[in-house]
Ligand binder design. Sequence first.
Ligand code: ZN
Length: 122
Amino acid sequence: MTHLPLEILPPAIGHRRCGNVDVDCVHRLDSGRPGPEVLAQALSHGDEICGAHVLRWLLEQALLPQRGRLTPVLANAAAFERFDAQAPHRSRFVDEDLNRVWSDAADFVLDIHSMHEDGQAL
Ligand SMILES: [Zn+2]
């Protein structure tokens, strides 16, 4: 695998680790009105840092949905914390690859992945 220099560095998410529910790194933005349950997940793979930038930005906006609930999740923060720009793949996961391991009752799921291999954008 060819190692390419990273153009985007990992964001600081330390202060985002404590969500507002009983699960670390899970935030729940509740409109208080009926509506869809939407889950937006980043860091399913701890080495795919673009989604962490997106969710960090989203949380900084302090937005609330007009209906339903939005649940931003920094899924594999333990793997992400091991991120090394010189060997990004080593922080892909710790014990288990969390790719498509969901047990949420969401109506819609946005699972944000990114790649750092040389190739065409998908
Ligand atoms: Zn991925």
